[in-house]
Design a protein around this ligand. Structure first.
Ligand code: CUA
Length: 362
């Protein structure tokens, strides 16, 4: 802002930026036109028709149909343009492309914790490749924050106990500001960071040297250590629902209603298992409220997503090929104990997993 030219808007660095700016320009132009017009006429009339002026005053007009129609139709048309144009952008922003790359964000007083699907973690920084849609799944560990990238023209509240989504496609490599845009305590103003947009090959190089286990692998570990596996594998179908292919599935609940098993539902089922019981199961699962961090919950959900048939899911392509259940086949029955299997894929599909194959480096 210290340069000689005044900067009215942040840099345009995402596929949304130009569209949002044009709409904003339209809103500003309409407002400016009417503000200037109205103020101009007020001044003009108050001079022309001021007291003791000799100006000719026409007789009072009670109604003028043409004038009334005009001041109804013109503003209506102008505001419909705002509505339709705004809604079109809104829907675009609300529907991430199927091939989006997944990134998980956890807000916390006062930092942004970011997990990539391959397990790479960052704090207050997010590295992304240019020209590739990125979908953020965000939650908070404490209070409401708001994830705001001005150069991308995107912003969304990050809410404890819920998941919010945001997506973008960066169009220019560079480093951009990340802000928290919701007052969240004393160091709210320090809850800032950077989005680093890189060329694909630079990004691959950056991502490549991670030694962390992937999100799904970490989730699979949790699935065992937290004991989920003892009730949620296919051969123990009596105790808990089989989670094979759970993500994105239509689940019929006790009360007869049907719900799509996405992040929000899976999270609730972990923390308040009896809130939405699957039809045919009894309320015997303990709550994991307070026993898992938000990041661990995301890891578990990430693992459940890998158990989903490829045809119905989106995030799978971004998973490393070693991820479990990358290409689950419906006929494959997950088993509790290792037994001879025909293909390596089948081994990878097992919910409980074969101990050697599935145990990531500790
Ligand atoms: Cu987080 Cu303000």
């Amino acid at each position: 802002m210290q340069s000689s030219t005044v900067q009215f808007l942040p840099e345009q660095a995402s596929s949304f930026a130009l569209q949002v700016d044009l709409l904003y320009l339209y809103l500003t132009a309409v407002s400016a036109f009417f503000t200037i017009g109205i103020v101009g006429f007020i001044i003009f009339f108050s001079i022309k028709y001021r007291r003791r002026s000799d100006a000719d005053r026409p007789p009072m007009t009670v109604s003028n149909l043409l004038l009334e129609i005009t001041w109804i139709v013109v503003p209506l048309a102008l505001s419909f343009v705002m509505f339709i144009w705004g809604a079109a952008i809104f829907f675009k922003m609300a529907s991430p492309p199927k091939e989006s790359m997944d990134v998980y964000v956890t807000g916390k007083q006062w930092m942004w914790k970011i997990q990539h699907v391959n397990g790479h973690r960052e704090i207050n920084e997010l590295h992304v490749p240019v020209g590739k849609p990125v979908r953020l799944t965000m939650t908070s560990e404490d209070v409401i924050h708001s994830f705001f990238i001005p150069a991308f023209r995107i912003k969304a509240d990050v809410i404890p106990g819920s998941y919010s989504k945001l997506w973008f496609e960066a169009t220019k490599p560079g480093k951009y500001h990340l802000f928290c845009a919701e007052y969240c305590g004393t160091k709210h103003s320090g809850m800032i960071g950077s989005i680093i947009v890189m060329e694909q090959r630079d990004y691959d190089a950056w991502l490549g040297n991670t030694k962390d286990s992937s999100l799904a692998e970490a989730g699979q570990k949790l699935f065992k250590t937290m004991g989920c596996v003892s009730c949620h594998s296919a051969d123990s179908d009596i105790k808990g629902p089989n989670l094979e292919g759970i993500y994105g599935k239509q689940v019929r609940l006790q009360d007869g209603s049907v719900i799509t098993a996405e992040e929000r539902y899976l999270r609730e089922s972990l923390l308040a298992p009896n809130a939405k019981l699957t039809e045919g199961f009894t309320a015997n699962m303990p709550s994991y409220q307070g026993l898992m961090t938000e990041e661990q919950i995301l890891q578990l959900i990430s693992y459940m997503r890998t158990l989903t048939p490829v045809t119905t899911n989106t995030g799978l392509k971004t998973l490393p090929t070693t991820a479990l259940g990358q290409t689950p086949k419906p006929e494959v029955t997950p088993v509790q104990t290792p037994k001879p299997v025909t293909t390596p894929t089948a081994t990878e599909n097992k919910l409980s997993g074969s101990p050697k194959k599935s145990e990531p480096a500790k």
